[in-house]
Design a binder for this molecule. Structure first.
Ligand code: IMP
Length: 170
């Protein structure tokens, strides 16, 4: 396995995921939550986060593709796999690995809102604020990260390195 520098350690991720989960538990106490994980990058974060949630919840997934090269998004987003149930009247929580330019999340929010949910909140593990092209209101953010291409804990480079326990960079 290639060696990466550690940007966020396994220990810090665990601590932060627990803190995010307790805020979500507080905000949605007694409510049902419809969680939509954005594949593939969300899988590790979503798994750890949902284990800490105490309200009744449904876990569903969407897969989107945005054309571009390995490290830059083009902003042209396409839905490859949509949610499996109606979102009408539901409290939706979108769980994403990273918001970079914001183009993918902006598209997702607009698409999901057309399905008339009761509410839509965004939870992202990472946010590259410096790369913002479209502002999206992030409700739960794990870490702000610098303008580096990061891998690990679900995030990939050419579909590799997702299984690292930490967030790393070259
Ligand atoms: P955005 O549309 O530019 O916000 O890009 C969002 C998507 O780009 C994420 O869901 C990731 O799949 C990918 N991405 C952006 N930056 C990184 C990175 O540093 N590492 C891995 N994937 C990234």
């Amino acid at each position: 396995m290639q060696k990466f520098k550690v940007l966020i350690s396994e220990k810090d991720i665990k601590k932060r995921v627990k803190a995010l989960a307790s805020r979500i538990n507080r905000d949605f106490k007694g409510e049902h939550l419809y969680i939509i994980g954005i594949l593939n990058g969300c899988y590790m974060f979503l798994s750890d986060l949902t284990k800490e949630l105490k309200m009744p919840c449904t876990v569903d997934f969407m897969r989107v593709s945005s054309y571009g090269n390995a490290t830059e998004t083009s902003g042209i987003v396409r839905i490859i796999m949509d949610v499996s149930e109606s979102l009408s009247g539901k409290n939706v929580l979108i769980v994403e690995d990273i918001i970079d330019t914001g183009l993918t999340m902006d598209y997702l929010i607009r698409t999901i809102k057309q399905k008339k949910p009761k509410s839509v909140k965004i939870c992202t593990l990472l946010h590259k604020k410096v790369k913002t092209r479209i502002n999206v209101d992030i409700d739960y953010c794990g870490f702000e990260v610098p303008d580096k291409f990061v891998v690990g804990y679900g995030l990939d480079y050419n579909n590799m390195y997702r299984n690292l326990r930490y967030i790393g960079y070259k």
